[in-house]
Design a protein around this ligand. Structure first.
Ligand code: PAF
Length: 282
């Protein structure tokens, strides 16, 4: 696996003649890699000639400085995992490589319409502008054929689809399923901050999504919502939001509707760690 720090070196390698006409798969990450990331890397390896993974903890997408400070950094382990998985190139840029104009100039505004003011956007103001800024830059450097994203960050996928359209990037998004622990907890770099007991209890989030899904034909959504928020609370989990939304528009709806593709979205705190998860309605 090649480890490259500078955008110019990466561009020149990807422009080499032997790569012309070949497909490039790209997996952007912030490191602290787990099976969820590795499933994206494997999906890219299966479908592309070259797989590039980036690790860059993007300060612009953290609306809370304390959250950024606590973000786990495990670079040596990450390098080992990526080379074992067979990634071709690891791109490890510094802040000025991604944002040569510095902090302020990097804050381009993306017209995300309603997508950034709901759910995650409502509770993390500025977050999606930061995500768009970094992925826009990374796509300009890597110019991949395919961009691999996880379904766990459902709203992020919708936002990045919009950004790609706005900026006319020629990259196709490939969404990969959520990878879960045995108890159903969605894999996340943030899980590393949970105690073993907290990790066990956090499996309740998945159980609650399943309950809503299974009972959708029998009880109204708002009733199920109240039941599961209570169950989560009994397990030390504080729900920030639990909502039903249209998978295409992210419009919030308050009752089940079999004529629409709906998704249940949740954000909740356990042991002070904010976790998100989702489940499409069957
Ligand atoms: O999902 C993430 O880890 C980040 O938001 C991403 C896409 C790597 C951008 O920093």
């Amino acid at each position: 696996m090649l480890i490259i720090k500078h955008p110019t070196s990466l561009k020149s390698i990807l422009n080499k003649k032997y790569l012309k006409g070949r497909t490039v798969g790209f997996v952007p990450t912030m490191g602290a890699l787990h099976e969820g990331h590795l499933s994206l890397v494997r999906a890219s390896l299966r479908a592309n000639n070259v797989t590039v993974v980036s690790i860059f903890v993007n300060p612009l997408q953290f609306n809370d400085a304390a959250d950024l400070e606590k973000y786990p950094v495990t670079i040596e382990k990450d390098i080992l995992l990526l080379s074992e998985a067979g990634a071709d190139i690891l791109f490890l840029p510094g802040f000025s490589d991604v944002y040569p104009e510095g902090d302020q100039a990097a804050r381009a505004h993306y017209d995300l319409k309603g997508l950034e003011s709901v759910f995650e956007g409502k509770y993390r103001p500025g977050h999606f502008q930061g995500v768009c800024a970094v992925v826009d830059r990374l796509l300009s450097i890597v110019t991949p054929t395919n961009l691999y994203l996880g379904q766990k960050d459902f709203q992020q996928v919708a936002v990045l689809r919009k950004m790609i359209q706005l900026k006319n990037h020629k990259t196709k998004i490939v969404v990969c399923p959520i990878v879960r622990e045995q108890n159903g907890l969605a894999m996340s770099s943030r899980n590393a901050r949970l105690s073993p007991k907290g990790k066990e209890k956090a499996g309740e989030i998945y159980q609650c999504l399943k309950i809503i899904n299974e009972k959708a034909a029998q009880k109204p959504f708002e009733m199920l919502k109240a039941i599961v928020i209570n169950r989560l609370s009994e397990n030390g989990i504080k729900t920030e939001y639990l909502a039903l939304a249209d998978t295409l528009t992210l419009e919030e709806v308050h009752s089940f509707d079999t004529n629409r593709h709906l998704i249940i979205l949740i954000a909740a705190f356990i042991e002070g760690v904010r976790l998100i998860d989702n489940m499409s309605l069957q």
